[in-house]
Design a protein around this ligand. Structure first.
Ligand SMILES: C[S@@+](CC[C@H](N)C(=O)[O-])C[C@H]1O[C@@H](n2cnc3c(N)ncnc32)[C@H](O)[C@@H]1O
Length: 236
C-alpha cells in the first residue's frame, strides 16, 4: 500500500514536470515561429521597397516615438507602414478601375499610395500631417518606378482635407476616436457635394463600431480575419 502511494506520487511529479516542459516547448516554438514570421515579412517589405526604389520602412527613431507618444492632433501614432502583403490583399479585393480616386488618410511615407497608383486609377491622394513624412513621401514619389496614376501628396491635417473627390478612402488606424468620427462625418458630408459611390477601407479597425452605426454605410468586405474591414455607401 505504502509503496503504491509513493509510486503514484512519483508519477504525478513526473507528469507535472513533463506538462511544464511540454507547455514551455509549445509556447517557445510558437514564440520563435511568430518572431521568424514577422522578421520574414519585414525582410520582404524591405526588398519590395528596394525593387520600387523607395524608402517607406519605419526608422528606429519612429519606432521609439510610436511607443512614447500619444500622437498629434488626435492622430494615433507617428508612422507605421502597411505591410505589402496586406496591401496586395486589399488591392486584389478592391479591383480599382481608371475612374477611382484612392485617398490615403494619414499616408506617412506613401507606401499604400504607391501600390494604389500601380493599379492605374484616375488619381491617388495622400494627406499627412507630419512634415518629415511628407518630405519622405515626396522623395519616394520622385523615385518610384511603377507609377500609373496621377499622385498628390498633401501636407495637411486630415480635418482640413477636401474629401469630395475620393471614391476609396484608406485608413491604417491613423486617428483617435473623436478625429475618426469627424473624418467619417466629413466623408458623409462630401456625398452631398458630390454624390457618388465610395468605399472605406479600414486596416486595424479599432473604431469599427463608429462605421457600423452609420445608416448610410453597409459592410462590404472582411479581409484577413477582421484585420481589414471594408464598407460602402448606400446609394440613394
Ligand atoms: C499608421 S500610419 C499609416 C501610414 C500609411 N497610411 C500606410 O498605411 O503605410 C498613420 C499616419 O497617419 C498620420 N496622421 C495622424 N494624424 C493625422 C492627421 N490629423 N492628419 C493627417 N495625417 C495624420 C500619421 O502621421 C501617420 O503617418
Amino acid at each position: 500500500m505504502q509503496k503504491s502511494v509513493k509510486l503514484q506520487d512519483g508519477l504525478m511529479k513526473d507528469n507535472l514536470a513533463y506538462n511544464i516542459f511540454f507547455t514551455l516547448k509549445v509556447s517557445t516554438k510558437a514564440l520563435i515561429k511568430n518572431f521568424l514570421d514577422n522578421a520574414e515579412k519585414l525582410l520582404k517589405d524591405y526588398y519590395r521597397d528596394k525593387k520600387f526604389n523607395i524608402r517607406t520602412e519605419e526608422s528606429v527613431c519612429q519606432i521609439r516615438h510610436r511607443f512614447s507618444s500619444g500622437g498629434i492632433n488626435g492622430g494615433n501614432f507617428v508612422y507605421m507602414p502597411t505591410s505589402y502583403y496586406i496591401l496586395k490583399e486589399i488591392m486584389d479585393y478592391l479591383k480599382l478601375n481608371k475612374d477611382d480616386i484612392f485617398v490615403d488618410l494619414g499616408c506617412g511615407k506613401g507606401r499604400a499610395m504607391f501600390v494604389a497608383s500601380m493599379q492605374g486609377v484616375k488619381k491617388v491622394i495622400g494627406v499627412e500631417i507630419e512634415e518629415g513624412l511628407v518630405k519622405s513621401a515626396n522623395e519616394n514619389a520622385g523615385n518610384f518606378r511603377f507609377n500609373k496614376s496621377a499622385l498628390f501628396i498633401l501636407h495637411k491635417d486630415v480635418i482640413d482635407l477636401d474629401l469630395s473627390e475620393g471614391t476609396v478612402f484608406f485608413m491604417f488606424n491613423p486617428f483617435g476616436e473623436d478625429l475618426f468620427s469627424k473624418v467619417i462625418e466629413n466623408i458623409k458630408a462630401s456625398l452631398k457635394i458630390n454624390p457618388r459611390g465610395i468605399r472605406i477601407v479600414y486596416y486595424v479597425p479599432v473604431y469599427r463600431e463608429i462605421l457600423n452605426r452609420q445608416d448610410w454605410l453597409v459592410p462590404d468586405g472582411n479581409l484577413l480575419n477582421n484585420r481589414v474591414l471594408v464598407w460602402r455607401n448606400v446609394k440613394n
